[in-house]
Design a protein. Structure first.
Length: 350
């Protein structure tokens, strides 16, 4: 097999909490705590999980927008975390980011031509008429008219602004793009258009995506594989259909059970909350993680199996299933989910 375009090994990002007169470090927030995955050229990895689980921090750390605490990020054969200066600048041409907020990510004082053309000027790739031609081509590729180049962001809708952000990300012809919830701030009717645009661009340009999203339907539609994060760690990763059809981690099952479906016959079905018998459904603090499996205080499987000691005292490793080596799970009892349900299963839809 060929080497992956992106290989992330034990990536960590810990934020310090300072207190006192001298501002000494008292504790650490383990936002990302040992994340590993590979991404091949032309594929999409969906990264899902609750708010605060570390998804966005992973994306920003990969791009060196946030300095990593530890780990290794190998992109195109180079360790990004070891690069600096000119070498890092050149590597960044092949990596781009599509922001979540199409309103806050565009400078209101710049025209669309200036916004899309700025990367070309920074990296000295095009000037004059050549620059204008490339900007016009980029706008056409994202579904906007070249005449829009002289207008300002406030003259466009949210969906059009996100298209402008996509055009800016494509300006340097990258091979890898981090999509940080690119549809979450858009109307439902516009989301499908943006997702379809991203897929068309991927086919045309051979792009690789890291799709960070809360929308599990969008992730299923666009992703080749899916990784589920919980409190800074990946708890399950598998090819998309394998994860949606046969989830093995209780947390994954609860996420999928929460997907709304347009079926009147399902309206009366109750989705079991992610809580133990004491009703503790709060997410543990990333500053002070519970011993053993971090999910065990909220895990229905832990309750139904009689609170096994291994869940309380041993941190599970991310191990592959015998039936599918590409399906890895961080759970002491990954096969028990086949017989012990985490609650009524609601079918996932795209």
């Amino acid at each position: 097999m060929s080497a992956p375009l992106l290989s992330v090994v034990d990536l960590k990002k810990h934020f310090p909490i300072r207190a006192g007169l001298l501002g000494r470090v008292q504790e650490w927030v383990r936002a990302v705590d040992g994340v590993s995955f590979d991404l091949a050229l032309g594929e999409t990895l969906g990264l899902v999980g609750e708010s605060g689980c570390g998804k966005t921090t992973v994306g920003r750390t990969l791009l060196r927008l946030t300095p990593a605490t530890g780990g290794q990020v190998v992109f195109g054969g180079q360790d990004l975390l070891a690069l600096s200066g000119r070498a890092l600048r050149q590597a960044r041409r092949r990596m781009q980011l599509i922001f979540q907020d199409p309103y806050g990510s565009l400078n209101p004082r710049m025209t669309i031509e200036q916004i899309v053309g700025e990367p070309l000027g920074v990296h000295r790739l095009a000037r004059g008429s050549e620059r204008q031609d490339r900007i016009a081509t980029l706008l056409k590729q994202v579904g906007l008219r070249p005449e829009a180049a002289g207008r300002y962001p406030h003259e466009f809708s949210g969906g059009q602004r996100q298209r402008i952000g996509i055009a800016r990300a494509l300006a340097l012809e990258p091979s890898f793009i981090v999509c940080d919830e690119p549809t979450s701030a858009l109307d439902v009717s516009i989301r499908a258009q943006i997702v379809n645009l991203l897929q068309d661009l991927q086919r045309e340009r051979g792009l690789s995506y890291l799709m960070i999203s809360h929308d599990l339907g969008v992730v299923r539609h666009i992703s080749t594989a899916v990784a589920v994060m919980y409190l800074g760690r990946i708890v399950e990763q598998a090819p998309t259909e394998a994860l949606y059809d046969q989830p093995r981690h209780p947390y994954t099952r609860l996420l999928l059970a929460a997907i709304p479906i347009p079926d009147p016959r399902q309206r009366g079905r109750r989705i079991q909350a992610a809580a133990n018998t004491a009703g503790d459904d709060a997410v543990p603090s990333p500053i002070n993680l519970p011993p053993g499996c971090p999910f065990h205080p909220r895990c229905p499987l832990y309750q139904q199996l009689g609170r096994p000691e291994s869940c309380r005292n041993q941190v599970p490793e991310l191990v592959p299933l015998e039936s599918n080596p590409r399906h890895v799970v961080r759970c002491h009892f990954p096969h028990e989910t086949e017989t012990v349900a985490a609650g009524p299963r609601v079918a996932a839809t795209s």
